[in-house]
Design a protein around this ligand. Sequence first.
Ligand code: FE
Length: 146
Amino acid sequence: MSDHKNNPYYSRTDTMHLKVSDAQWEKVLPKEVYNIARDKGTEYAFSGKYWKTDSKGEYYCAVCGNHLFRSDAKFASSCGWPSFFEAVSPSSVRYESDNTHGMRRTEVLCGRCDSHLGHIFDDGPPPTHQRFCMNSAVLDFEPDKK
Ligand code: FE
């Protein structure tokens, strides 16, 4: 897990929705996290730390600590980004239409802090046939305890 001691908003237990300005986030987040989470950037394919991780455990928002995904819903995707077929609960994420870059896509945001996480596509595996295409930089993986 990354170091969050400079981020007073980070919590694995508090689920209250956060309203924090980008100026404030910029002060407490590492630059590579800020660029994706708040400026809606995308890391290079096959560059992130989790695209081929297949360990058992939980994935949390690297910005606020919100529980997002369980490793059971992660699948090996050839796209180069960590991919999941479902979120841990319906309220853990929210969606917005994104028509930038000449594409019609659906953006996935953290349900607690509204940070940009990635996009969702309908070419995933059963049972949902969805593919949450996420950026590793905005995820924190916590392996299961043995
Ligand atoms: Fe978050």
